[in-house]
Design a binder for this molecule. Structure first.
Ligand code: NAD
Length: 334
């Protein structure tokens, strides 16, 4: 499916974080729809580095890229000499997805170094190549600000959300200084779908609850989950947004969600319906401070500025995802 009139065939496209969830989906979308595109993935892949919260520092996984025919550069965003490898290309488009994506990392230095410092380098590469730069921001920039979340109401509750807000501010400053540059930040809300399995505990609750249910164990939810709302967006809609962001009306920051808020209880109900189960839910106390309790993207400006139109309700997204949830059940992450 083509989302706009850009012909990516014969174009050279950089995808940072291309071994991760969203990046690998963009890579396959381009490969399948524009077989003559020249795609370069830059990712540090998963290694043995563990962060202070006990989670891996990167979730890129080769299994996300099996079947990918483009080029792969294994490199670290925070390492200038690794980034030099990108000087060998003339990029037409850049999708910058690489980041510490774990919202529960409280080591502020590593978050800021990885997500923010490297962003200056990516902007320089985009400027030098005169390539539109589409980068991943996040709904975490809003923290617990009132729903629906609208640009201008940012109040991050963790270092990750803060790092993304700073990226948005840097992008805005650069486009004011260089009006010819196209830089678009996409504030993804809660993304779910194929490709997220290797994010383990940081993958969406859709796959985690799906596997609990397939295991015939009680799905585990925080107390009051029927009144914890999120804007859950299916990966195909996120790919759509990235492609459309290559040709925006204006550079800027855009919310990428469905514009609907749904509860975690809804996820369990839809999954149980799809998987033909009626397991009793086990509720437990939410241990997290600063937990977002009601997110819903205001997507008016994304519709008008990017022509973004989400196609997947939570029901449709989960139904589409079920075969992959089943395929991955019981698989080990090696
Ligand atoms: N998935 C979501 O719900 C969501 C929501 C909001 C924003 N985002 C943002 O979208 C982007 C993609 O997220 P994702 O869900 O695909 O996460 P992901 O962790 O699967 O992908 C991030 C990729 O970046 C790579 N990476 C991390 N540190 C790196 C470094 N120093 N050098 C090179 N590569 C590095 C990882 O190996 C991984 O492949 C991220 O910027 C994330 O912050 C995601």
């Amino acid at each position: 499916m083509k989302y706009n009139d850009i012909n990516f065939n014969n174009k050279t496209i950089l995808i940072t974080g291309g071994a991760g969830f969203i990046g690998s989906n963009i890579a396959f979308y381009l490969q399948n729809n524009y077989p003559k595109s020249h795609i370069v993935v830059f990712d540090c892949f998963r290694n043995s580095k563990i962060l202070s919260n006990g989670n891996p520092s990167s979730y890129g996984h080769y299994k996300n890229l099996i079947g990918f025919k483009g080029e792969i550069i294994c490199g670290d965003l925070t390492n200038k000499s690794d980034l030099e490898a990108l000087n060998n290309y003339k990029f037409d488009f850049i999708f910058h997805q690489a980041a510490i994506s774990d919202t529960r990392v409280y080591d502020q230095e590593i978050i800021m170094r990885t997500n923010v410092n490297s962003f200056y380098d990516l902007i320089e590469i985009a400027n030098k190549n005169q390539a539109p730069l589409v980068y991943a921001s996040s709904a975490a920039t809003y923290g617990n600000s009132a729903s629906p979340q609208t640009l201008g109401a940012e109040k991050p509750e963790n270092p990750y959300g803060y790092s993304k807000l700073i990226m948005d501010q840097i992008a805005s400053k650069y486009t004011k200084m260089n009006p010819k540059m196209t830089i678009v930040g996409l504030r993804f809300f809660n993304v779910y779908g194929p490709g997220e399995f290797y994010k383990e505990k940081t993958a969406s609750m859709v796959i985690q609850l799906g596997h609990q249910i397939m295991n015939n164990t009680s799905p585990r939810l925080f107390e009051n989950s029927d009144s914890i709302y999120r804007d859950f967006i299916f990966i195909e809609d996120v790919v759509q947004a990235n492609i459309k962001a290559c040709k925006p009306k204006n550079s800027g920051t855009y919310n990428i969600g469905t514009g609907e808020s749904r509860s975690f209880q809804d996820i369990v109900n839809i999954l149980q319906n799809e998987l033909n189960t009626s397991l009793k839910i086990k509720y437990f106390k939410n241990p997290f401070d600063g937990y977002q309790t009601d997110t819903k993207a205001d997507i008016a400006s994304s519709k008008s500025g990017l022509n973004f139109m989400p196609n997947f309700t939570l029901e449709k997204g989960i139904k589409t995802y079920i075969p992959e949830i089943k395929r991955l059940y019981g698989q080990k992450i090696t």
